[in-house]
Design a protein around this ligand. Structure first.
Ligand SMILES: [Zn+2]
Length: 478
């Protein structure tokens, strides 16, 4: 997501506004989201190229299919936002975006206007995305405060997807049946996600510096909490926010609706965590990504003293059979080895053969978040194995020579939540501007619409028990 904040925001004083919107509980309402076609003649939404109807989309030109598909997206959102009847304009089109033969930006979106000091808001001195500000105020703020109408949201798709220099061999899929082919990108799912950002599913903080946008928090930051410091983002300094944005697995959303939605939506799965004691710099819970080989989920337990695998003559990656000295170092203990040079199962097998009771692998790359380890080998691993971030690994290694211990805790909980059931946010250890902090964690299961990467199996429904998007929207004021 790129943020479009280039027009029309206003520092409106709270005193300028007097009325509070009230809604009848009995009325049946839905927001009306309207496409504002930003494309030039003969391109994008206006492309006259003939096209065969596809997946329930009856359009007979490319432009028609695109308009039908986008209006389908807007229809889903309109029905989802059922406690308002405001009209929201979404400026959209197909434009060239950054791309090469194998990678590219599919689409991007954001609020086109933002406000603070609007009536109906829960938090003072806080930015609200234009669409949400309009909903809370119950009337059109653009005309009132700016003397001009602006679309509340800008959402654009990459026009070049599928070209030779833009993820060659792929293409947009405009069907509404959730049956995009293997090499196609589901336009509906992509734009459901993007319009979500435009409606307010995003932080306005600069994730790289921790700085507020124009000196004020946005509504998002009131709900972000760091489990390490125990502070919300509005209680932090810029430097604390900067650190929190990369505090992988420790950044949570505190909104009540999302908590409830998570209990209804997310699968209960065994989650392997580490608990460290006696270390100089890293104590307490360390949420880890975990190779699933060997031990069955729910049985990956054990504790012991940490043993750091380095005798000064070999790399500490654990890829070779252990020397006698190394074996005596790790016997009955939890071996700490570095990632790299061989597969995880090789490291686990070598440690197991040397008598270690568990293995902690420290990442060799600064970017870390839970990710798929691929299919396990056939090795008969009977000890628990966990991978931790490079940063945490460096902290752990500072404890060499001390009596530090680690416990593997393998307990079921909702996938994508913390120990208290609060949804985790995406906070990889190397910041991804526009992506960090403004998405759910990738560990959520089932996959959610507002995860940072398109998985293709997200629901087209935005509510529990299919998805948490609407729950978060309710938290911020929708
Ligand atoms: Zn996104």
């Amino acid at each position: 997501v790129n943020k479009f904040l280039n027009t029309g925001w206003l520092r409106a004083g709270a005193s300028a506004i007097a009325c509070v919107a009230l809604f009848s509980a009995a009325s049946v309402q839905a927001a009306k989201l309207v496409l504002v076609n930003g494309d030039a003649p003969n391109v994008g939404f206006n492309d006259p190229t003939p096209a065969a109807p596809v997946g329930g989309n009856p359009g007979t030109t490319l432009g028609q299919q695109r308009q039908i598909a986008f209006n389908y997206v807007l229809g889903i959102w309109g029905k989802t936002l059922s406690n308002t009847n405001i009209t929201i304009e979404v400026l959209s089109g197909f434009i060239p975006r950054a791309c090469n033969a194998t990678n590219g930006v599919l689409a991007s979106a954001g609020p086109n206007t933002i406000y603070f000091g609007t009536d109906g808001t829960k938090f003072a001195d806080t930015w609200y995305p234009g669409a949400l500000a309009k909903k809370l105020a119950g009337r059109d703020l653009d005309n009132e405060l700016l003397g001009e109408n602006f679309a509340e949201i800008v959402a654009v798709a990459n026009r070049n997807i599928g070209a030779a220099n833009c993820i060659a061999g792929s293409g947009w899929y405009y069907g509404v049946d959730e049956k995009a082919p293997e090499d196609g990108f589901d336009y509906i799912k992509t734009m459901l996600h993007e319009v979500g950002h435009g409606l307010g599913f995003l932080s306005l903080v600069d994730e790289s510096t921790g700085e507020y946008f124009e000196g004020l928090p946005s509504v998002w930051e009131h709900f972000l909490k760091d489990n390490t410091s125990g502070k919300t983002w509005v209680q932090m300094t810029d430097a604390e926010r900067q650190a929190s944005a990369i505090n992988n697995e420790n950044l949570v959303w505190t909104g009540f609706q999302s908590f409830v939605g998570a209990q209804r939506t997310l699968d209960v799965k065994p989650q392997l965590d580490l608990f460290i004691t006696g270390a100089t710099q890293l104590n307490g819970f360390v949420y880890s990504a975990v190779p699933g080989f060997g031990l069955a989920e729910g049985r990956r337990r054990g504790s012991g003293l940490l043993a750091f695998l380095s005798d000064g003559t070999v790399a500490d990656d654990g890829c070779n059979p252990y020397t006698a000295a190394q074996a005596s170092t790790v016997r009955g203990k939890i071996a700490v080895v570095a990632r790299g040079s061989c597969v995880f199962t090789q490291k686990a097998e070598n440690a197991q053969n040397a008598g270690a009771s568990g293995v902690i692998i420290t990442n060799n790359n600064p970017e870390f978040y839970r990710f798929d380890f691929g299919s396990p080998d056939e090795r008969n691993i009977r000890i628990p194995v966990a991978l931790i971030s490079q940063q945490d690994g460096t902290k752990l290694r500072a404890s060499a020579g001390r009596f530090a211990t680690a416990s593997f805790i393998d307990q079921p909980r909702r996938a994508g939540t913390d120990l208290f059931g609060r949804p985790l946010m995406f906070a990889p250890t190397k910041v991804r501007p526009g992506s960090s902090v403004s998405h759910w964690n990738v560990s959520a299961s089932p996959n959610l619409v507002m995860e940072p990467f398109a998985n293709g199996d997200e629901s087209n429904s935005l509510k529990p028990n299919k998805d948490l998007t609407y729950s978060l929207m309710q938290d911020i004021g929708w």
